[in-house]
Design a protein around this ligand. Structure first.
Ligand SMILES: N[C@@H](CCC(=O)N[C@@H](CS)C(=O)NCC(=O)O)C(=O)O
Length: 207
C-alpha cells in the first residue's frame, strides 16, 4: 500500500491522478500548509513540500520522479512507453521539461517568498507570466503539429502533468485554455474517470 502525502490541488495532484489511473491501493495523508511541518514529515521530505510518496518504507519526492517511478512499476496501467519503446525518449523529454521549466516557473509564480519577496515586484510578475505563456505557445504548437496528446495518439502520464499545470493557470491573465490544442488535450484528460474521481476525493470545484 502506498502512502501519498498531499495537499488538494497542488503538485501532489498529478501523483494522485496516477495512483487512480493505476488502481493501486493507497492511503492519503494531508499536509496542512497553514501549520508548521511535523518533524516526522520533514524526515521524509526535508523541504516540507508535497508530494511525497512512501512505498516499501522508502520516501520518494519530486512529482515528476514519482510519476516516472510509478509508470515503470505498473506497466499494465499504460502510463508510459517503457524502456525500448521508440516513444520513450520523447516521454522522458516532456516529463523532465514540464517539471524543470514550467512547474519550476509556477513555483516562483505562486511562492514569491522563494525569491525573498512578500509579493513579486510588477516587472518580475510580468516576466514570470510571459515565461509561462511562452511555454503554452511552444507546447500548443507541438500538439497542433502532432496531437492530441504529447506523444501523438498515445496518452501518458505526461498529459496528466501538463493538464495539472494548465489548471494552475486558470486565474492568470491568459489561461492555458486560450491555446486551442492545449484546450483540446485538457478536455480529453478531464473526462477521464481518474480526473473526475480526484475532484471528489480532493473536493475540488473550479477547473
Ligand atoms: N518540484 C517539486 C515542487 C513541489 C511543490 O512546490 N509543492 C508545493 C505545492 S504545489 C508545496 O509543497 N508547497 C508548500 C510549501 O512549499 O511550503 C515537485 O514537483 O514535487
Amino acid at each position: 500500500v502506498y502512502t501519498l502525502y498531499y495537499s488538494p490541488a497542488t503538485a501532489s495532484m498529478v501523483v494522485h491522478l496516477a495512483l487512480l489511473e493505476i488502481g493501486a491501493p493507497y492511503k492519503l495523508e494531508k499536509v496542512e500548509f497553514d501549520q508548521p511541518r511535523d518533524p516526522a514529515y520533514l524526515g521524509l521530505n526535508p523541504q516540507g513540500q508535497v508530494p511525497t510518496l512512501v512505498a516499501d518504507g522508502r520516501a520518494i519526492t519530486e512529482s515528476a520522479a514519482i510519476l516516472l517511478w510509478l509508470a515503470e512499476r505498473h506497466p499494465e496501467a499504460g502510463l508510459a512507453p517503457l524502456p525500448g519503446d521508440p516513444l520513450r525518449g520523447e516521454y522522458l523529454q516532456w516529463t523532465v521539461s514540464l517539471s524543470n521549466s514550467l512547474l519550476a516557473t509556477f513555483r516562483l509564480w505562486f511562492y514569491p517568498r522563494d525569491l525573498g519577496h512578500e509579493e513579486h515586484p510588477p516587472e518580475l510578475r510580468a516576466a514570470l507570466c510571459s515565461r509561462i505563456e511562452a511555454s503554452w505557445q511552444r507546447i500548443d504548437a507541438a500538439l497542433a503539429a502532432r496531437g492530441p496528446y504529447l506523444l501523438g495518439e498515445r496518452f501518458s502520464s505526461a498529459d496528466l502533468l501538463l493538464t495539472m499545470l494548465m489548471r494552475w493557470s486558470r486565474n492568470m491573465p491568459r489561461s492555458a485554455l486560450a491555446w486551442p490544442a492545449l484546450a483540446r488535450l485538457a478536455a480529453l484528460v478531464r473526462v477521464r474517470p481518474s480526473w473526475q474521481e480526484l475532484y471528489q476525493l480532493e473536493d475540488l470545484k473550479e477547473w
